[in-house]
Ligand binder design. Sequence first.
Ligand code: FE2
Ligand code: FE2
Length: 247
Amino acid sequence: MSIPILRTSRARVRTSALSGAGARFMEINSTAAQSHDTADASTANLASKLPEKFPPLTPEARKFLSRLIRVDQAGELGADLIYAGQHFVFNRSMPAVAPLIQHMWDQEIHHHKVFDDLQNKHRVRPSLFSPVWKIAAYGLGVGTALMGKEAAMACTLAVETVIGGHYNNQLRDLVRILDEEVRTSKNGQASEELRALATTVSEFRDDELEHLDTAVENDAEKARPYMLLTETIKNGCRVAVWIAERF
Ligand SMILES: [Fe+2]
Ligand SMILES: [Fe+2]
């Protein structure tokens, strides 16, 4: 089965939650378990398109789905806060860079909201390390922005390299499970929720790769020390993914 490569509109209308990066950090800290009611139609999440009632998932599919939602919610939470931290700094130090950060941040807020909704819908517990992810991500955003625009872009390059690959791995697993469902189900169809999840992951993977392109176009590779910075962040992301999938 093939996964659609979605190219959705990049325009994201801001929500009232975007009054400031510092406010965003505080908001996420205080309302982590709540859905964001301020979202408007432009960020109508894919989760809401899922049918209300599903046929029971196989135990393997249920386990896979829980793990995927847990790690991706943690990752999008982190991405949201990295950009919040960067925006907080650039808004004051280099206002010309802030809109570029804001554009990627808006997309991460959308991703974060979709996975918050999926987490609530499927009653998946969040990563036990969520408080750590929040502090580390915001600190990474602030720290790289203080180093300058190139370092902030190198941070995006490193994060999106790992996350793009992570989403691709998930898509491969989803295709395998969907193929298995089609092969073994009585009606020859895969479950709607897994197909919707594959569409979501595919769309977000495209957004992350767009961020990667943006980072390269905006001098990420001119950051110093480039290798040390990007390899450290990549390894940190890999460790975080490994932990968030399990705990
Ligand atoms: Fe994202
Ligand atoms: Fe991203």
